[in-house]
Design a protein around this ligand. Structure first.
Ligand code: ASP
Ligand code: MG
Length: 437
């Protein structure tokens, strides 16, 4: 049994929905996780924002637009009266629910309920289409099994027992369908796993069902070895270790939600990234196999601010780093990269919303300077430090490009450098040329 997750663009039109239906391999009792059709969650967010502002006509207009889009999808996707009726029933239920919020004050719980409608509608449409095609699909309602704990973490024990029971109750099903992203919280209220959370849903399901594989289907043929928007001739990476994938996901490769990696990694379930437009290409396989001694990929993370704290008294002193880190912690600001010397420390943050206050506090410990508009460039691979060639290749590639910070040795899987935004593309290209040509 496999878990197959299809993102918003993969189910973004009637044609794409039909294409997904051709990829789900009925008969294997796979679990298919769907996102909302692309644009839908954004529209639902917009509706909730209008409601918070008391702009009812605005909410109404977005709602009407979305509704007519779905009416069009039903007609284009489905041929028989019966399946159109069943899909329309589900869609009208969703829009009716959203509409009810137009006449009452919006609450956070209401907002979550509005946001849940996209996945409820995409799965209803898919089920109607599969039924029309003669595929026996069983809907596993995410709100009946997906639950988070007070900590926000998934309640794996609960999810496992509920999901297994739901699956056992449908011995004749060829394939199971379920909603990504949505869940219940520890109070039983409708909630979600945060934007882009459908990957997480797939990973959790794969873990609790001990799936053979988790497939994440998008419209790119796997994780590329560099950013195709800036570098020509990038190639999909065939295989990645979970740690490498996590570094890449965190440092800018948009393809996979970082937290998705965790349940799959912990339960040792391979994750395969595949392309709905080119289903025959191998994509990228992410697993826990032993490292293979190669450099895999380069990613960049924009909008980074570097903060340097220089202390005359750090020389032979202890406790300085603790004070610096505590200051960032006090403002709930996480540090991505750091470099230390005997007289100072540099750290980077991507969230600079509390930086002014942080800097004020840091000034008690030394001289503070800030560099904005920086980019972290992260080279990922199996970088065992005994293999002396990797770090020198990276630095050689960057010859002539000013490097503000270097971080290496924190894990076996990455070297990160901090450069100016204006040097980003040059650095990405230089690294690709040196490392992958
Ligand atoms: N529909 C949700 C979103 O757009 C979840 C997802 O697509 O993964 O964020
Ligand atoms: Mg999405």
């Amino acid at each position: 049994m496999k878990v197959l997750k299809f993102g918003g663009t993969s189910v973004g039109s009637p044609e794409r929905i039909r294409n997904v239906a051709s990829l789900i391999m009925p008969g294997n009792r796979n679990v298919v996780v769907l996102s909302a059709m692309s644009g839908t969650t954004n529209s639902l967010v917009e509706i909730a924002e209008y409601l918070y502002k008391g702009n009812i006509p605005g909410a109404q207009e977005t709602l009407n637009g979305l509704r007519s889009k779905y009416e069009g999808v039903v007609v284009e996707l489905l041929a028989t009266e019966e399946s159109r009726r069943s899909a329309t029933g589900a869609i009208e239920r969703s829009f009716g629910l959203v509409r009810a919020f137009l006449s009452e004050p919006i609450t956070e719980a209401g907002e979550k309920e509005i946001l849940a409608q996209g996945e409820l509608m995409s799965t209803a449409l898919m089920q109607a289409y599969l039924t029309e095609q003669g595929v026996r699909s069983e809907l596993l309602p995410a709100l009946d099994y997906m639950r988070t704990l007070e900590s926000g973490e998934p309640d794996m024990v609960h999810i496992q027992s509920r999901l297994r029971r739901l699956i056992d109750l449908a011995p004749d099903a060829d394939v199971f369908l379920t909603q990504g992203y949505i869940c219940r919280n520890d109070h039983g209220g409708i909630d979600n796993l945060k934007r882009g959370g459908s990957d997480y849903t797939a990973s959790i399901i794969g873990a609790v069902l001990d799936a053979e594989e988790i497939q994440i289907w998008t419209d790119i043929d796997g994780m590329h070895n560099n950013d195709p928007r800036f570098v020509e001739g990038t190639r999909p990476v065939g295989k990645l270790h979970f740690e490498e994938a996590a570094e890449l996901a965190y440092f800018g490769a948009k393809i996979l939600h970082p937290s998705c990696v965790l349940p799959a990694k912990l339960h040792n379930i391979p994750v395969r990234l595949l392309n709905t437009m080119q289903p025959e290409t191998p994509g990228t396989l992410i697993c826990n196999t032993t490292p293979d001694g190669s450099l895999k990929a380069i990613a960049a993370k924009d909008n980074i601010t570097a903060v340097k704290i220089k202390s005359g008294r750090m020389l032979l002193a202890y406790g300085f780093l603790h004070k610096v880190f505590e200051t960032f912690e006090n403002y709930r600001t996480s540090i991505d990269m750091m470099a230390t010397s005997e007289v100072g420390v540099s750290v980077t943050v991507d969230d600079d919303s509390r930086l002014a206050a942080i800097i004020d506090d840091l000034k008690h410990f030394g001289t503070v300077s800030v560099d904005r508009d920086m980019v972290i460039i992260c080279v990922v691979g199996d970088l065992q430090w005994e293999e002396c060639s990797f770090q020198s290749q990276v630095l050689e590639a960057l010859e002539g490009i000013p490097v503000r910070m270097i971080s290496y040795g924190g894990s076996n899987y990455n070297i990160s450098v901090l450069v100016r935004r204006d040097d980003k593309v040059r650095a990405l290209k230089a690294l690709s040329n040196k490392l992958f040509k």
